[in-house]
Design a protein around this ligand. Structure first.
Ligand code: OXD
Ligand code: MN
Length: 629
């Protein structure tokens, strides 16, 4: 019996209350009760997995004005505030106990008591006068070894609605689960709202994470990367939990590569820093997508198995158009449940965004309010027709290329290939296989970098380290996380092969060497290697394709010529560039986590020596096939 039963009964309908009672879970009651008392909503609505409750959530988001129906009646628009358009890294912090402050100092941390008191002060009565929703979800397939049950309390029906699209329903999982006290808890409030339904107290926007108790507090915000417990907050809790329990939570898509000729289906997962080709790889025409953002991996029967922990996509909409992203574009034009955020709604009540490939109107409603072309914001900056981080939220099973069997599998799918994809205009080759898993983590995953382009602010060509494309979400030190990645495959009979990709090599005069679909060729070469096909040349850092195999793949898959000249340019090993990359990586690890095990630095130093020896023997630029390892 929870001490909060009376309070909860007084704040909810008998139907909602009975849903809680049926769970027979005091821990659940205590969590909901504590925040029902502290945040003090007028009422709480408890959702089970029914369609009726899902519809209630969506309808309430509309009735309260947090979303509006647009031209197609199953589509809605939601605007986050003008200053709440991306993840707030500064105010996202870990609550850390005094004895762990030193270990966690490179991660944005705050002493536990100080942070807890601050967030509880902000949360006090924050839901005053509002209704809140209580939702149950399950990350990964329900009632499986991957499942992580989650509870979300929120006073934003947009947040609740988004999560019903993005995550598997979990009330029934809670009903049946044997271990009653191991679940993630998320408490969110949008705080006081303006007339457009946007959060007012952005200066009090805080996201505090307690990995000791698996609870995240998120206050005074709405952008999904800040507000949705199950998205990036849960990821940080899961990274911490997986580190302790010996599994992995990675910022990776999961896909199925289909070899029509051989009748094979091979699963790949891939990590790419933003704007390095993550979604476009997962959506390569002719292959299948299982998940686009977060994958959990476990060892099952000595196999490396993975699941998509989500069920929907919260995708960047910029540049989604009928040529570049035909599958997503077609789905955004259909009358099916979709939430658009921070795009433009034209006078015709239809959606428009940057790079949509349609003629866009000169006025409408956007993230800044009523908008006319040329309008300026409070700081004098011109307001674009939509925000560049505007998004769409849809279910994955709308997509024709969705692999539902792989998605449903309770034991996940056997993953045989891992891709780490960076962006660099002049160093790494388009595809390279790592000799071993450990080399792959230290050479492909840890050295990932993205490079600024003319499309981003600031100087072009600046490389930003992005180990595992997961740095923003690490909840324990980078060196330990790297070692856990290395050691994860101990006991696995046939670990996945690791490959690096780089779709962004340019000719010195600045043009890309290959077209956008060349990535299909690189991927199919990797698929063949996994199945023992294709010979390869050694380089100091791995194995690369032989020209004739690529020539054939270009012809078969894309019906394109691929010249030997392009091949030689793309697959040249550039010694100086690689040494610089290793030095940047080493310096970054030293800065971010001086406690990184010495063996990691020693490995990079050895590799540098190997590359310098190769340089002495073969010259700075080594043509494919010349290097004999
Ligand atoms: C991200 C996202 O920020 O997936 O990584 O939205
Ligand atoms: Mn992501």
């Amino acid at each position: 019996m929870s001490k909060y039963e009376k309070l909860l009964k007084g704040k909810m309908s008998e139907e909602s209350f009975q849903k809680l009672i049926r769970l027979e879970n005091e821990k659940v009651m205590d969590f909901i009760g504590e925040f029902a008392e502290h945040c003090n909503p007028v009422s709480l609505y408890v959702c089970d997995d029914s369609e009726k409750d899902r519809m209630y959530i969506r309808q309430t988001a509309i009735t309260k004005g947090e979303e509006k129906i647009i031209y197609l009646k199953n589509q809605t628009i939601h605007w986050d505030g003008y200053n709440d358009q991306a993840r707030d890294k500064t105010n996202t912090r870990y609550l850390v106990l005094p004895e762990n402050m030193e270990r966690m100092k490179a991660l944005n941390s705050i002493p536990y008591d100080e942070g807890y008191n601050e967030i509880m002060e902000i949360a006090k009565n924050i839901m005053d006068g509002k209704e809140a929703a209580v939702l149950f979800f399950c990350e990964g397939p329900t009632e499986s070894v991957f499942s992580i049950p989650c509870i979300q309390i929120t006073d934003s029906f947009y947040v609740a609605h988004s999560e019903t699209i993005l995550y598997r329903p979990g009330y029934n999982h809670f009903l049946h689960m044997k271990v009653k006290d191991d679940f993630f808890k998320f408490i969110h409030s949008a705080g006081r709202l303006d007339e457009r339904g946007c959060s007012i107290n952005i200066d009090k926007r805080r996201i505090y994470m307690d990995t000791q108790n698996n609870i995240v507090y998120s206050m005074n915000n709405q952008y999904a990367g800040n507000s949705l417990g199950l998205k990036k907050h849960s990821m940080r809790l899961a990274i911490n939990k997986s580190g302790k329990e010996g599994w992995l939570c990675e910022h990776m898509f999961l896909m199925s590569v289909l070899n029509q000729e051989k009748g094979r289906k091979t699963h790949f997962a891939g990590a790419y820093p933003s704007a390095c080709g993550k979604t476009s790889t997962a959506m390569i025409p002719g292959e299948k997508i299982v998940g686009d953002d977060i994958t959990y991996f476990r060892k099952i029967d000595k196999e490396f198995r993975g699941v998509n922990m989500e069920q929907g996509i919260f995708g960047i909409i910029k540049d989604v158009n009928k040529d570049d992203d035909p599958v997503i574009f077609a789905n955004l034009m259909k009358d099916q449940e979709t939430i658009f955020s921070n795009i433009l709604i034209g006078p015709d009540n239809r959606p428009y965004w940057l790079g949509c490939g349609m003629t866009t109107p000169d006025e409408g409603d956007n993230h800044h309010g009523r908008w006319k072309k040329g309008d300026r914001d409070e700081k004098g900056n011109e307001v674009p027709l939509a925000h560049s981080n505007a998004r769409y939220t849809i279910r994955l099973d709308y997509l024709d290329n969705f692999d539902s069997d792989a998605f449903e599998a309770k034991e996940g799918v056997k993953v045989e290939g891992i891709l780490y994809g960076g962006r660099d205009s002049d160093t790494t080759v388009p595809i390279e296989e790592s000799p071993t898993w450990k080399d792959g983590i230290l050479l492909k995953a840890c050295t990932l970098e993205s490079e600024t382009t003319s499309a981003t602010l600031g100087k072009e060509g600046v490389r930003t380290p992005s180990p595992m494309a997961n740095l923003d979400f690490l909840s324990y030190p980078l060196g330990e996380y790297t070692m856990n990645n290395i050691n994860f495959v101990n006991g696995i009979d046939d670990p996945p092969k690791i490959f690096s990709t780089n779709y962004f090599l340019k000719y010195p005069q600045g043009d890309f060497v290959t077209g956008k679909l060349a990535k299909k060729v690189w991927l199919h070469w990797a698929e063949g290697r996994i199945h023992g096909e294709y010979d390869a040349y050694d380089t100091p850092t791995g194995k690369i394709p032989i020209y004739n195999d690529l020539k054939k793949l270009f012809r078969e898959l894309l019906n394109e010529d691929f010249s030997e000249e392009d091949y030689n340019y793309l697959f040249t090993f550039r010694c100086t560039q690689w040494v610089e990359k290793l030095r940047r990586t080493g310096a970054f690890f030293r800065k971010i986590d001086p406690g990184t095990p010495a063996e990691i630095f020693a490995y990079w130093e050895q590799m540098e020596k190997k590359i310098l020896a190769a340089k002495a023997k073969y010259g700075d630029e080594i043509k494919p096939g010349a290097f004999k390892g």
